[in-house]
Design a protein around this ligand. Structure first.
Ligand SMILES: [Ca+2]
Length: 336
């Protein structure tokens, strides 16, 4: 059994070697580049309804020197702002700096802000003042619980990918079509609040920074998300019987430097149909009490656990094998 120590050593070396690709996968060292043509920043030059503008606005939207107010704290207002330049980046990260505030007491305010990456822009409708059967991605910052269910606290952030076939259900706060979400205290904060939406290699990640600690907390992370290039970024908000000021301070878009295979590069990315390859339909989410359904590819720790289990299996087999072998040899010796 002296060799067992050596075997364990070798196993550990293999384990370390096996982990290295996982380590490099976890270290996301991609350089990021701000894309001004898709960003909205103070003092909001290039915002306006002219041919040369990079951002169009609609409805109750008011552009001041320090914020873009999608709706004031008044009933039945609808407003939106849209990037006029289609985005042809394959991998991107949008940082949304916003502020939702108003005089309404707890649960007496609404309805929230929606972030969009969609085929159509300035297409008004009932979903936070946008079209319900949209093509593309939506991330909702929903401040009012329309549904009576008490399984989650609001404000609630959720994501939805649509190919125009599904209508966002406002009465159910989009529960039936959501891909994942989290609660976040974003309302009436002293400081600005932030949302990051990253789309890269079919993976959608949403992070929040709402506690003024300058650190991102993961909210949504799902794989198998397919979105085309050539869509438009936008943000919209709406008030109903209840209201809030919905302010966008900035929208900063960063290009992520990610390598793609030649096959991927040769695809016509504008022809991709928005979809999510879930193992079950998003409608089954309703069975999940947390409201989170994730179909992520193997993440770092899962790969680690798998490797560990496999190695433990090998170790156990080797030990049992060695013991059996030794016993047999001893028995054989007795016979000679
Ligand atoms: Ca709602």
């Amino acid at each position: 059994m002296r060799n067992f120590g050596a075997f364990l050593g070798t196993a550990l070396v293999f384990l370390t070697l096996g982990l290295c690709p996982v380590c490099s996968d976890l270290t996301d060292g991609n350089a990021e580049y701000l894309k001004r043509e898709h960003s909205l920043m103070k003092p909001y030059q290039g915002v306006g309804n002219s041919l040369s503008s990079q951002w169009d606005f609609w409805g109750s939207t008011l552009v001041t020197g320090s914020y873009v107010r999608l709706t004031p704290d008044e009933r039945s207002k609808q407003g939106s702002i849209w990037n006029t330049v289609p985005c042809h980046l394959k991998d991107w990260e949008m940082h949304l700096q916003f502020k939702v505030h108003g005089s309404g007491k707890k649960n007496l305010h609404g309805d929230g802000i929606a972030f969009w990456y969609t085929k159509d822009k300035l297409h008004a409708g009932p979903v936070f003042s946008n079209y319900a059967r949209f093509h593309g991605l939506a991330v909702f910052i929903d401040t009012y619980s329309n549904d009576d269910a008490t399984d989650r606290s609001f404000p609630y952030i959720s994501a939805m990918v649509n190919n125009g076939s599904v209508s966002y259900d406002h009465g159910k706060d989009g529960r039936l079509s959501e891909l994942g979400g989290c609660s976040a205290e974003i309302r009436n904060r002293e400081h600005d609040t932030y949302l990051a939406i990253r789309y890269s290699k079919e993976r959608l990640t949403v992070m929040v920074d709402v506690d003024d600690k300058n650190e991102w907390k993961e909210c949504i992370d799902i794989g198998g998300v397919r979105l085309p290039t050539g869509y438009f970024f936008g943000a919209s908000a709406a008030t109903g019987d209840l209201s809030d000021n919905h302010d966008i301070i900035s929208m900063k878009l960063y290009q992520l430097m990610v390598e793609h295979t030649p096959e991927e590069e040769n695809l016509d990315w504008t022809k991709i149909e928005p979809s999510v390859s879930l193992l079950k339909s998003p409608k089954d989410n309703i069975d999940d009490p947390t409201g989170n359904f994730r179909s992520t590819p193997l993440t770092g720790w899962k790969v680690f656990l798998l490797l560990l289990c496999a190695l433990l299996g090998i170790v156990v087999c080797a030990v049992v094998g060695a013991v059996v072998f030794q016993k047999r040899q001893e028995r054989n010796k007795r016979f000679y």
